[in-house]
Design a protein around this ligand. Sequence first.
Ligand SMILES: C[S@@+](CC[C@H](N)C(=O)[O-])C[C@H]1O[C@@H](n2cnc3c(N)ncnc32)[C@H](O)[C@@H]1O
Length: 302
Amino acid sequence: MNSESRLREKIKYMESVPSINRKLDRIISGDKNSVDNIRSYYKKNRAAYKRFHSDEGFMHFRVSKNGKLSDDDIYYQPNVISEHIKSGANVVELGSGMGANLLYLAKKHPDASFTGVDLCPAPIKDMPSNVRIIEHDYGDMPMIADDSVDVVYAVETIVHCSDKEKVFGEVRRILKPDGVLIVYDYALQRVFDELDETQKKAVALISKGAAAALIESAAEWERHFEASGLIKSVVNDLSKDTMPDLKRLASMAERVLERRISAWFFCTFFPLNFVGNIIVGYLGYDSFREGLIYNMEWIYRK
Ligand SMILES: C[S@@+](CC[C@H](N)C(=O)[O-])C[C@H]1O[C@@H](n2cnc3c(N)ncnc32)[C@H](O)[C@@H]1O
């Protein structure tokens, strides 16, 4: 395949293989980020996340600051969050998943209290006494009082939400004055409607294949933060640093999808949510390399 337009070639290739092409339409059509579908996506992919992301249960990408992939790069996001946690702090993680960030941070900050809020949290053995996990939609957190939290963080989860202002409004309500919100998530280079047809198809497959809302541009994200009354403190583009991990996942997905027999096998016998995740891995690296999708770090204050 030509390295210059690999994303385009990959879409064309998938369209040319009937077993994959049939899945593309099913992935793109319909509302893929309903609460039920997000739950089903994570339940079906939990084992794959453990196997291919991190056996400790981290479900986000590694950020490789020196350009070379290392296992310690999975700690980049919790290490940045850790710098904002003071003694005795009250900390909330939105979309805590398998709880790996919470457990890592709770160990580093035994005198801080941690609450994870997730639609389908994985059960945790030996939960530390300073951690609680609540099964709930973080778009509405009545169990957390106004002005009570020092740090809220969300790693690769708010991309699932169509109504980000509702979530950021809830965050603003629970944060103490001068409290901090730290978000890691994906953004488009331009608004979706301005993309060409192939780029639109790639973005739709990546978003909906991962049970997310259509990914929004960085400018749209920033409007949502600001409409909620939060004040910008730090914005970093981590795309380049995410590429080594994306490349690792893409080469695994290529081995599955670019062999017709294995593509047929996975597309025929595995659930749509699992196939969707493989396609996300297949397209993710090239969508970053071609500047279509960014991985962003945003820090806002109340
Ligand atoms: C990619 S995982 C990230 C997990 C964790 N933040 C990490 O870095 O390992 C996204 C998580 O967000 C959760 N999630 C998505 N939308 C949610 C919502 N509206 N309310 C609560 N949890 C949600 C999913 O259930 C999933 O566990």
